[in-house]
Ligand binder design. Structure first.
Ligand code: SF4
Length: 495
């Protein structure tokens, strides 16, 4: 029987091709339970969709929830034939394609498909950049458009997204997402061909340790296989595409660790197609570290740290679903002691967010000899807050702060650029745990914190607020543990 290709399969493919395979053919009993955070995402997505639909100012045909699905599909087709202006929650199919666009909007005799998304319409948008269409959104829209074209109900590439701000973001699929990308329609055709091949068992996929694993329902199952296979994606930052380039010659971490450098490079030239000489030697060194019992991290060059005195370890928590920064946490170490400050937005409102931002900014302004963060996220968040609440601080002031002596991004300025670690990733959780630190919470993660915050805003249970603050405090302490743990480590080059 032919397996229908759906929008959610294309979405999954963008996260991880192997997920398409496992969702279709994996043993459901091997799945992990869906994480509370993913459930929250679904819930918020549905809630937001309802809000948008209730706010539509034009009449529409509501087909959401019509069962059985075949009935919904025939009513959608009838609505297209009768020229209904706007259809919500329809269902369409053509050949092996099956789509459920949130909206179908009539223009003349044709229809434009659109989706309602509880996220920003474009990715990478900033003060100086406009942002570009998201590939996974574009692929889903392209599937709807493909069906409409087959039905003779669409031409060209026009589709749209209604984003979290309620704004309509045009997605013209005849255009490219960026100067170096092909048109979105071509990207879709390529993804569609791969998903189709997976569904017909003409293409095989393998698990790869990647960012998407954290929230994936196959994470335990895949991680066991990745470990058993000694898969190259166990090496920090190596990733699926380099793994696939290396896999035939050096299929395991051990094989790479034991490869003679002369087999990988000749002078400055790499002997591995698609991976530069310095990069392949760096990954070989990481493989070697992973395979060396009792290996310790080390510096690859000398590093000078900001002076002690008054050190701030700073970590923010944000909720992307409500676009709010709800916590600024600081561990302040001075005079031989340390203290935690957590500036918390009790409500997900601009006023509450501003208050917490003001308190955080005042603490920063009270002076420091060293300000530590882990990643560029604090800077990005502060700039966003400054744009939103310029009465607290201006964007330029935030820029200046991060240029000051004593400010150090422990991830970008240290771990990633000047160190090597015998770990599978370079997250603060992994490195601080490697150094012996334990979070108090049994489920410490940014995603969990967001879920607790949602619960807090609904239930107001003080235990939830305490949990959020303690988790954040531990994140700040973890930075201090990292800093103290790496001081005094040796400096050495790769063998
Ligand atoms: S756990 Fe990771 S590798 Fe496995 S299907 Fe999910 S995202 Fe892919």
């Amino acid at each position: 029987m032919q397996i229908p290709i759906t929008g959610s399969m294309l979405y999954s493919y963008a996260l991880c091709p192997h997920r398409v395979t496992l969702d279709l053919f994996g043993d459901p009993a091997k799945r992990d339970p869906v994480s509370p955070f993913v459930e929250l995402l679904w819930e918020r997505g549905n809630l937001y969709e309802r809000e948008v639909v209730e706010g539509l100012e034009v009449p529409f045909l509501n087909l959401r929830g019509v069962e059985p699905a075949e009935e919904r599909e025939s009513r959608t087709r009838a609505a297209l034939d009768s020229g209904t202006d706007l259809i919500y929650g329809g269902r369409l199919s053509a050949g092996d394609l099956l789509g459920e666009p949130d909206l179908l909007r009539r223009r003349g005799d044709l229809y434009l498909p659109g989706d309602i998304k509880s996220g920003s319409g474009l990715e990478g948008a900033g003060e100086e950049r406009e942002g570009k269409p998201k590939k996974h959104y574009a692929n889903q829209l392209a599937l709807y458009l493909d069906i409409l074209k087959t039905l003779g109900r669409a031409v060209g590439g026009e589709t749209f997204v209604i984003d979290i701000r309620g704004e309509e973001v045009p997605y013209d699929l005849a255009l490219s997402r960026g100067p170096k990308s092909p048109p979105m329609w071509s990207e879709y055709r390529e993804v569609l061909a791969s998903v189709r091949a997976i569904s017909r068992k003409e293409k095989t996929t393998t698990p790869a340790l990647c960012a998407a694993c954290k929230l994936c329902h196959w994470r335990s199952y895949c991680f066991a296989r990745i470990k058993a296979a000694d898969d190259l994606t166990l090496i920090p930052e190596l990733g699926r595409s380099r793994r696939d380039k290396l896999a035939r010659r050096l299929p395991t971490v051990r094989a790479l660790a034991e490869a003679a450098p002369g087999k990988l490079t000749a002078g400055k030239k790499s002997l591995v197609a698609g991976i530069g000489a310095a990069t392949i030697l760096k990954f070989r060194e990481r493989a070697r570290l992973l395979k060396t019992p009792g290996a310790r991290p080390y510096f690859t060059e000398e590093v000078s740290f900001p002076p002690a005195g008054r050190e701030l370890f700073y970590d923010v928590e944000t909720d992307p679903m409500r676009d709010v920064c709800y916590l600024h946490g600081f561990v302040v170490r001075e005079g031989g002691g340390e203290r935690f400050f957590g500036f918390f937005a009790d409500d997900p409102t601009p006023e509450s967010e501003r208050r917490a931002f003001r308190q955080a900014w005042e603490l920063i302004a009270s002076g420091f000899t060293a300000l530590y963060v882990y990643s560029s996220y604090e800077k990005t968040t502060l700039k966003k807050l400054a744009a939103r609440h310029p009465d607290v601080a201006g964007v330029e002031e935030v820029e200046e702060l991060f240029l000051r002596d004593g400010v150090m991004d422990l991830y970008g300025d240290l771990v990633r650029s000047k160190m090597e670690w015998p770990t599978h990733d370079l997250s603060i959780k992994t490195l601080a745990k490697f150094l012996g630190f334990q979070w108090r919470d049994t489920d410490p993660s940014g995603a969990s914190s967001i879920q607790w915050y949602h619960q807090w805003t609904e239930e107001r249970d003080p235990a939830l607020k305490t949990r959020i603050l303690e988790y954040n405090e531990d994140d700040c302490v973890a930075m201090r543990v990292l800093l103290d743990g790496v001081r005094g480590l040796p400096v050495r080059g790769a063998d």
